[in-house]
Design a protein around this ligand. Structure first.
Ligand SMILES: [Zn+2]
Ligand SMILES: [Zn+2]
Length: 299
């Protein structure tokens, strides 16, 4: 089974370590040189599963992950996206925490029914094999008067449903400097209320429904997602994380060719070169050239 993504990432887990494997916490067992640990993770291509397990070992490693390792993972696995999000200052704090951002990169949050998007049954979250995040794509999700904001959005993850022909598409994203964004300013100025019963799957904060806020440019967002016009919903949390759902329409080959032309006219200075931030979460069972045995990593 996959480890739960919340494990060791500061969301909802108990502080009790009674169920976790314990290391000998004598002074000799400390991490003498954090640089060595970073080099080990580099050699593992910053594998998300290994980092989750490491952060779950004990409080010391959990604190180290929170202070250092989640940030290093984000910078290593999505360097261009992180450079944009941090505005070049990679030592800066990340709103909502680097652990939440790491989770957003590697974990599809699944979905359940919400006020403006009805499902007959919920769909569980999961680690993703790979995701593309693009700020060009993000522009399609910004209302006209908020186009100056920088928003990265992933391609939709397809979730089959039992009772409908169409699949549900689940996508996620993150704003740069959300506290200074036009989107947040608009939400605050218009006194849009938080959505009851919905929390951010990445940081646990309260969220605004962008449908309720009337901030969804339905045509461009639906087109970008490959969705029925209007059949979508997304939320933005207090920390600028986005998560959303849509009904995906199976595309004919003609429509796919049209989509590749990217001629929707909503993109200023189209730079699809940005479509390169692969975040390969790997398979739950495939640990490549290393193994985890009894909580120890052997390369
Ligand atoms: Zn998914
Ligand atoms: Zn959040």
């Amino acid at each position: 089974m996959c480890p739960k993504m919340g494990m060791g990432m500061g969301m909802g887990e108990s502080e009790s370590s009674s169920q976790m494997p314990r290391l000998n916490e004598s002074p000799d067992s400390g991490i003498l040189n954090e640089r060595v640990l970073i080099l080990v993770f580099e050699s593992l291509n910053w594998d998300i599963h290994t980092l989750c397990r490491t952060a779950a070992v004990n409080r010391r490693l959990r604190a180290l992950a929170k202070r250092l390792l989640w940030r290093e993972l984000c910078l290593y696995r999505a360097p261009r996206m992180m450079s944009t999000l941090t505005e070049g200052s990679q030592s800066s704090r990340m709103i909502g925490g680097w652990n939440a951002l790491a989770k957003l990169l590697f974990f599809c949050g699944g979905c359940e029914s919400t006020r403006h998007f009805r499902l007959s049954q919920p769909s569980p979250g999961h680690f993703v094999e790979s995701s593309r995040f693009s700020k060009t794509s993000g522009r399609s999700f910004l209302a006209k008067n908020c186009r100056g904001d920088v928003l990265y959005v992933s391609d939709p993850c397809e979730h089959p449903t039992g009772d409908k022909q169409d699949d549900v598409g689940i996508y996620r994203g993150v704003f740069r400097a959300f506290m200074k964004s036009r989107t947040r300013e608009f939400l605050i100025r218009r006194q849009v209320e938080f959505e009851a019963g919905v929390k951010c799957p990445y940081c646990g904060a309260r969220v605004w429904s962008m449908t309720a806020a009337r901030l969804i440019p339905r045509k461009s967002a639906a087109r970008r997602l490959g969705s029925k016009d209007g059949a979508l919903e997304y939320f933005v949390c207090l920390n600028g994380h986005l998560h959303g759902t849509c009904w995906l329409v199976p595309l004919s080959s003609d429509e796919e060719a049209e989509e590749e032309d990217d001629d929707d006219g909503d993109i200023v200075g189209s730079d699809d070169e940005e479509y390169d931030e692969d975040a390969d979460g790997g398979s739950c069972n495939n640990y490549g050239d290393f193994q985890v045995r009894n909580g120890r990593i052997s390369i």
